[in-house]
Write a protein that binds this ligand. Structure first.
Ligand SMILES: Cc1cc2nc3c(=O)[nH]c(=O)nc-3n(C[C@H](O)[C@H](O)[C@H](O)COP(=O)(O)OP(=O)(O)OC[C@H]3O[C@@H](n4cnc5c(N)ncnc54)[C@H](O)[C@@H]3O)c2cc1C
Length: 306
C-alpha cells in the first residue's frame, strides 16, 4: 500500500513545507506533508495513501491560526488549476474553489451580475467561503450558493452538494476537515455594472473605516452572539489594546486580534481564550471562536472556562 512517505519519496508530495506565507496571520510552523493540487484526479487518488493522517485544507488562510509546531498531517492547497470563473447567460456563476472571493465579486460586477458584491470585503477563497458560509453586510454565501462540488479525500468520492445538504448556518457547514470544495455554482442577477461597483466601493470604504487591514489578523475572532456584536461586547469591557506577548486586541475593532510581525501563534491562541474568559466571567456571555485553529497548542490557562 502506498503511504504519504512513499509519495514524498517519488516526488508526488512535499514534506516539511512552511505554510506561514499562505495565511493572513503569517504565523505558525510547517506542514508535515504538503500537496499543491492542480487537478481533481490528484485529489481523488490521495485517499489511498492517507491512512489516519489528519488533513487541513488550506484556502487563502484568512480564517486560520496555525500552531507554532505546524500541522502534523497533510495540508492540501488548491493551485492555479482551481482558479476560474465562468458566467452563463442565465446568471449562473461557476467558480473554482481557489478563486479569491474579491476577484469573483469584481468579475461579476464587470459582467453586470449582481448579488455577489458582498464578497469584495472577504479576503478568502471560494472554497473557504463555502466551508465557513462567509458573509457580511447582510448577505451570506448560502444566499447565493446553488451547489458545491466536494471531494471526500479519504474515500476519493466526488459529488455535488446543495446548501441544504451542507447544513449552512451562520459561519457553519457540516463539511468535515477531510472534505474539499473544488468548485461552486452561484446565482446572480442582471444589474448595471456601475451600480454594483458603487455598492462594492461603499463596502470597501466602510471596512477601511471600521476594521484593520487584512494582514496579521484573521478577521473576526468570535462569532456574533444572536442580536449582538462580539466587537461591541469586547469593547464594552475596555479590552481594546489588551495584549499577550506579541498579540493584541485591535484598537480599531475589538473583535480583530492583531499579531506583531514574527510572534508566536501561541500568543494569539492565549489571547483568544483570555478575552473569552473575561467576557464570560463579567457578562455571562460565552463567545464562540469563528477563527479555526490548526495543529496543537499548549492548553491556555483560560481555556477551561465554560
Ligand atoms: C481582514 C479580514 C476580514 C474578514 N472579513 C470577513 C467577513 O466579513 N465575513 C466573513 O465571513 N469572514 C471574514 N473573514 C474571514 C475569512 O476571510 C473567511 O472565513 C473566508 O471564508 C475564509 O476563506 P479562506 O480561503 O481564507 O479559508 P482558510 O482560512 O484557508 O480556511 C478556513 C476554513 O475553511 C476550510 N477550507 C478552506 N478552503 C477550503 C476548501 N476548498 N474546501 C473545504 N474547506 C476549505 C479550512 O480547512 C478551514 O477550516 C475576514 C478575514 C480577514 C483577514
Amino acid at each position: 500500500m502506498t503511504t504519504l512517505d512513499d509519495l514524498v519519496a517519488s516526488g508526488g508530495l512535499r514534506s516539511s513545507v512552511s505554510i506561514t506565507g499562505l495565511t493572513t496571520y503569517k504565523l505558525g510552523g510547517p506542514a508535515r506533508y504538503y500537496l499543491e493540487a492542480e487537478d481533481e484526479a490528484q485529489l481523488v487518488s490521495i485517499g489511498e495513501a492517507l491512512e489516519d493522517e489528519p488533513v487541513l485544507v488550506l484556502g487563502r488562510g484568512s480564517n486560520l491560526i496555525v500552531s507554532d509546531d505546524g500541522f502534523p498531517g497533510l495540508v492540501v492547497h488548491l493551485g492555479a488549476g482551481f482558479v476560474r470563473t465562468d458566467l452563463d447567460e442565465h446568471g449562473t456563476v461557476t467558480s473554482g474553489a481557489a478563486t479569491s472571493l474579491p476577484a469573483l465579486a469584481r468579475t461579476c460586477a464587470r459582467a453586470g451580475r449582481g448579488g455577489l458584491e458582498f464578497f469584495i470585503g472577504i479576503p478568502g477563497s471560494v472554497g473557504g467561503g463555502v466551508r465557513m458560509n462567509a458573509g457580511c453586510h447582510g448577505s451570506e454565501t448560502k444566499d447565493r450558493l446553488e451547489s458545491a462540488r466536494v471531494i471526500d479525500l479519504r474515500r476519493g468520492e466526488v459529488g455535488d452538494r446543495k446548501p441544504d445538504d451542507l447544513q449552512m448556518t451562520y459561519r457553519h457547514t457540516n463539511l468535515r476537515a477531510d472534505e474539499i470544495v473544488i468548485s461552486a455554482v452561484f446565482s446572480s442577477e442582471l444589474r448595471e455594472p456601475a451600480e454594483i461597483e458603487e455598492t462594492m466601493r461603499e463596502i470597501t470604504r466602510w471596512r477601511r473605516e471600521h476594521q484593520p487591514g487584512g494582514t496579521f489578523n484573521a478577521g473576526s475572532v468570535f462569532k456574533n452572539p444572536p442580536g449582538d456584536s462580539a466587537g461591541r461586547i469586547i469593547d464594552s469591557l475596555g479590552l481594546k489594546g489588551t495584549r499577550i506577548g506579541g498579540a493584541h486586541v485591535s484598537s480599531k475593532h475589538a473583535n480583530f486580534f492583531i499579531a506583531d510581525d514574527g510572534v508566536c501563534a501561541q500568543d494569539v491562541y492565549d489571547l483568544v481564550w483570555a478575552v473569552r474568559r473575561r467576557v464570560g466571567i463579567e457578562l455571562d456571555i460565552w463567545l464562540q471562536p469563528e477563527v479555526q485553529f490548526a495543529g496543537s497548542f499548549r492548553p491556555s490557562p483560560d481555556e477551561g472556562a465554560r
